[in-house]
Every structure is written in C-alpha cells, then in structure tokens.
Design a protein around this ligand. Structure first.
Ligand SMILES: [Zn+2]
Length: 82
C-alpha cells in the first residue's frame, strides 16, 4: 500500500502548478479539475521529474482562491504592508 496525502497533490499543467480539492487519489487518466477551473488528465511521475521541463510556477488564480478559502492574506496585500 502506498499512502499519499491528497492535500499534497499539486498537479503541474504546462509548467504551472495548481491546487485542487481532491479528496482521494485520482486514477491515472482521470480528468481532474484545479481550483481555477483548469482540467487535465492525471498522470504520475516521480517528484524528481517535476523540473524536467523547467521549474513550475504557481498558478495565480489557484493561489488567490486557496488564500481566500483559508483566510490567508493575498500575496499582493502582504507585499503592500512591507
Ligand atoms: Zn490553477
């Protein structure tokens, strides 16, 4: 048995990583939806392949939605306070 925390799943689509509301591990090929609405079929690779196509950047829409849902100040607001 392999145990994976669904909260730790951050799918990379076109070199951008997204957040999801997955409650369970997707099946290979299963289409999953990101917080921002992007959908993609699930494929699995070891973590060391994550930067094979260049370092992924965080999806700004997923970041904004995630922060809203968890009452985390928005990134732009934190920058303004400095
Ligand atoms: Zn996204």
């Amino acid at each position: 048995m392999i145990h994976i925390d669904p909260e730790a799943i951050h799918p990379v689509v076109d070199d951008v990583w997204h957040r999801t509301r997955l409650a369970r591990i997707p099946e290979p090929g299963q289409v999953i939806a990101m917080l921002c609405g992007v959908t993609a079929a699930a494929t699995f690779e070891p973590l060391n392949q994550r930067r094979a196509h260049g370092a992924p950047t965080e999806c700004p829409d997923c970041d904004r939605i995630y922060r809203q849902e968890h009452n985390i100040p928005q990134a732009r607001d934190r920058l303004r306070q400095r």
